[in-house]
Design a protein around this ligand. Structure first.
Ligand SMILES: [Zn+2]
Length: 81
């Protein structure tokens, strides 16, 4: 299985306020990590499949970053808008 990340085939959405990290997914969409930084509540949201962070919904950046990147590495949904 190839793990090569390709450039997104889709236009990058507008960057929301408090965007900390934006990952491109294997499907060419985006996962946003939104929050106030390392020591504050952060969450992630996926543009293509509508998945969001859960259990917990919010967490420290080091934890949310890993979960968002893991989702980006496997999610093949494309953005529909
Ligand atoms: Zn997804």
């Amino acid at each position: 299985m190839s793990t090569t990340v390709r450039a997104s085939a889709f236009t990058e959405p507008e960057r929301p306020k408090n965007l900390q990290i934006r990952f491109v997914t294997i499907g060419g969409s985006f996962v946003d990590v939104i929050g106030l930084g390392e020591h504050f509540k952060n969450r992630w949201k996926r543009h293509g499949c509508k998945a969001t962070s859960q259990f917990p919904e919010e967490g420290y950046l080091f934890s949310i970053r890993e979960k968002a990147n893991n989702h980006a590495a496997v999610c093949r949904a494309i953005p529909l808008t």
